[in-house]
Write a protein that binds this ligand. Structure first.
Ligand code: NAD
Length: 735
């Protein structure tokens, strides 16, 4: 079986059709690479062939590279993986360059065969870099298609010529979001900014591409960078205009990445250095930087977590075996507040019929208006058509009437965080439901097993914990109560798949997983403040770790009153076992002074009247003076990182977390944990258990038992093993 098919029509146009057997999406693997190479040779060598169209037999063009190929290239080189990677990358360059030059005379640029790419749908990563080496890119007018280079999102960069070609095709301002943020575009927008040349009706795609191929002249197929006198758009680095751009780009990348993402910096170096030399040298430079990035442990950790593990979880890696499809048809959402409305919105959007229920019609209507507002936002940004908006709202009923819940196969309860209120609505809703319906709660702090007692069937009761804002946060934590059965887990997972979010499944313990890890991070930051550490040092140390928000800013975002509420509830629940912390004194003080955080424009930070943060609140240094023997950066970072990481390890040790992949994926998606590290478990593997134990033992000695090394980590250090080596999924053989 082959990945590519070859056909020559009566006009002498060869069509190379990419159609990976038994897969819905094309991805490039080593066999496909060799086939494409051979077919391009065949077309160029055949005098009867006048030109070539490269297209796909599927609804999309290609999703990118099979990331196993990277592993394979490194493995094949034995002792010298870097050389293996570099040679492998140069092989891609050789093939794309062959397509680009298409047999033309190197001196005169004449006599080449026109090669067009015809993209029926999505073209990502190397699935766009191959078209980019062609002479003209045709895209079908398919609004669902996404075109671009998302590599940066998994910690690498476009390394098959995409970086060098695009930075020669468009100026830095235009290319930056595409390369540095991995922005994807639909065909119409892609054409506007120059990613594709023509957008044509889907049923004319091949005909238009062939027509162009048959009419293209020698001049039409020479890339600007292969012509005499080529100048970098926007200016090369030492051109006055270019100078400004590159200095600005470098500063921008650094401010966005704090220097912790090797790929962004390497890509910028490849562009900067490549811009000063001819194309063929530039792609060699790109290959060297790409090799360096692939050799960096951060890249493999990010690929593992943000690509391999995330995809596995989305495809049901932890779904109970043998339970039939449990997709939701009719959903009831109880409570039309901030969370309920968000849940209703993301569900109605994917075609689920939704009943949004609140105490009275007015409250229910408020929820409906929130959904409408989110849709209006989409219409304004041209992401949603007015027809689509009407269709989505048509699936939404806002009501106080429990009878409307008849026929719901899943309920998600999001009323006040109060067990009595929750118990009441559970009973009222269940009275309307068939016996096989599943009931879920969106509680963030109350134990599922306790709440399940109000249900008629605790096997069919489960936690589905969304993060706020629901329409933006992609992680959903599914929590099993003590008696939750497989049907409920499967239902929750199938529902999360329907709304296109990423699930993890955990057991029922205080704060579940994500909140359990994030609270100690905030606490540690505030504790340091109490100790007299300069607040700016605390915040910047967190940023330099790659945390999106420092602990003090996060406390402001969460709101001080909510933190106080959580502390009080924890005190009540733990009774004598509760240990007071230094941090809570500060939180109570801010609470008394009505500094509730972002919500009232006053917290650890000061804000202007428009709600913009303007800096650390000056009162902090007055109330908690900075002591002279303040900590060094590394200690602050170790404390902030370990506060989270140790809680993740404890969650796994306790059995709350059942799979370390879930621990890593949830950490990055749920609270933005140091994404460059691949998550807490990947980070520990990266620095090594032995080093981690050394850090924890040191911290425990100075700061106390909250840093006590978990036994599991100490055992790994003793045996020289890693988390993924010992607890990861069985490693698949690279294809
Ligand atoms: P909210 O106060 O915005 O909304 C709660 C809604 O429930 C209100 O509209 C209220 O009228 C309604 N309600 C209260 N009692 C009711 C009853 N007896 N019958 C019907 N409706 C009733 O609160 P929220 O922030 O949306 O939180 C809801 C739930 O989600 C809570 O359990 C909370 O812990 C959880 N949660 C919140 C967040 C967050 O960031 N806000 C995140 C995850 C989970």
């Amino acid at each position: 079986m082959t990945d590519f098919h070859y056909d020559v029509d009566g006009d002498g146009v060869a069509t190379i059709t990419w159609d990976l057997p038994n897969k819905s999406m094309n991805v490039l693997n080593l066999q496909g690479t060799a086939e494409l190479d051979g077919l391009v040779d065949k077309a160029l060598a055949d005098d009867a062939v006048k030109g070539v169209v490269i297209t796909s037999g599927k609804k999309d063009f290609a999703g990118g590279m099979d990331l196993n190929v990277i592993k394979k290239m490194a493995e094949m080189a034995g002792d010298n993986p870097a050389q293996g990677l570099f040679d492998g990358i140069m092989n891609f360059h050789r093939i794309t360059r062959k397509i680009e030059r298409a047999g033309m005379d190197p001196k005169t640029n004449k006599g080449g065969k026109p090669i067009a790419a015809a993209l029926p749908g999505t073209a990502l990563g190397i699935g766009y870099e191959i078209p980019l080496s062609c002479h003209r890119i045709f895209a079908a007018d398919n609004p669902k298609a996404k075109i671009g280079l998302p590599e940066i999102m998994v910690g690498i960069f476009p390394g098959a010529g995409g970086t060098t070609r695009l930075s020669r095709k468009m100026d830095m301002m235009t290319v930056s979001p595409i390369l540095l943020q991995g922005k994807l575009h639909d065909p119409v927008k892609a054409q506007k900014i120059g990613l594709v040349d023509e957008v044509v009706p889907a049923d004319e795609l091949l005909a238009k591409a062939k027509e162009w191929v048959l009419n293209a002249t020698d001049a039409d197929i020479v890339k600007p960078w292969d012509q005499k006198g080529f100048k970098m758009p926007g200016g090369a680095p030492y051109h006055p205009a270019g100078f400004m751009t590159y200095v600005g780009a470098s500063a921008m990348v650094h401010s966005n990445t704090q220097g912790v993402y090797p790929a962004a910096k390497a890509m910028l170096s490849a562009i900067y250095e490549g811009a000063q030399v001819p194309f063929d040298t530039a792609i060699k430079i790109e290959a060297r930087w790409f090799t360096q990035v692939l050799m960096n442990p951060s890249s493999s950790a990010m690929i593992n977590t943000l690509f391999t593990s995330k995809q596995a979880l989305e495809k049901g890696a932890v779904r109970p075996a043998g339970v039939p499809d449990m997709k939701v048809k009719k959903l009831g959402v109880l409570g039309a507040g901030m969370m309920g409305a968000g849940i209703a919105f993301v569900s109605a959007k994917v075609g689920i019929e939704v009943v949004l229920l609140d105490r009275d019609q007015e409250a229910a209507d408020r929820g409906y208006a929130t959904v409408e507002g989110l849709l209006d936002e989409g219409v304004k940004r041209k992401k949603v058509t007015p027809e689509k908006k009407a269709e989505i709202l048509g699936r939404l009923t806002a009501t106080p009437d429990y009878a409307a819940l008849k026929g719901c196969d899943l309920i998600v309860e999001a009323v006040f965080e109060d067990p009595t209120v929750k118990a009441g609505v559970t009973k009222d809703a269940e009275a309307q439901l068939e016996a096989d319906a599943i009931f879920a709660t969106n509680t963030s702090t109350l134990p599922i097993t306790e709440l399940a007692k109000a249900s008629r069937d605790d096997e069919r009761y489960i936690g589905i914990h969304f993060f706020s804002p629901v329409h933006k946060m992609n992680l959903v934590e599914i929590i099993k109560g003590k008696n939750t059965g497989d049907d409920a887990v499967a239902k929750a997972l199938d529902y999360v798949a329907q709304i296109k979010k990423t699930p993890i499944v955990v057991n029922d313990e205080r704060f579940f997983y994500a909140n359990r890890c994030i609270l100690p991070y905030v606490n540690e930051g505030i504790t340091m403040l109490a100790e007299g550490v300069e607040p700016a040092l605390i915040e910047n140390a967190a940023k330099l770790l790659g945390m999106p928000l420092g602990p003090l800013q996060l406390a402001d975002e969460v709101s001080i009153d909510l933190s106080v509420k959580i502390i009080k509830a924890t005190q009540a629940a733990l009774g004598d076992d509760y240990k007071a912390t230094e941090a809570e004194g500060i939180l109570f003080k801010l609470f008394e002074e009505e500094r509730m955080g972002r919500k009232n424009n006053a917290g650890f930070y000061a804000y202007d009247e428009k709600g913009k943060r303007i800096g650390i609140w000056e009162g902090l240094r007055r109330e908690w003076p900075v002591t002279e023997d303040a900590l060094d950066l590394t200690t602050v970072q170790h404390r902030l990182a370990m506060a989270q990481v140790l809680e993740a390890v404890r969650s796994f040790e306790d059995g709350v977390l059942m799979d370390i992949r879930e621990g890593d994926v949830a950490a990055i998606l749920g609270w933005g944990f140091m994404p460059w590290s691949g998550g807490p478990f990947s980070w520990l593997d990266m620095i090594g258990a032995e080093k981690a134990v050394e850090i924890c033992d040191g911290l425990t000695k100075t700061y106390g038992e909250r840093f006590t090394t978990p036994k599991m980590l100490r055992d790994l250090a003793a045996s020289g093993e890693t988390f993924y080596g010992k607890f990861g999924p069985k490693v698949e053989k690279a294809a």
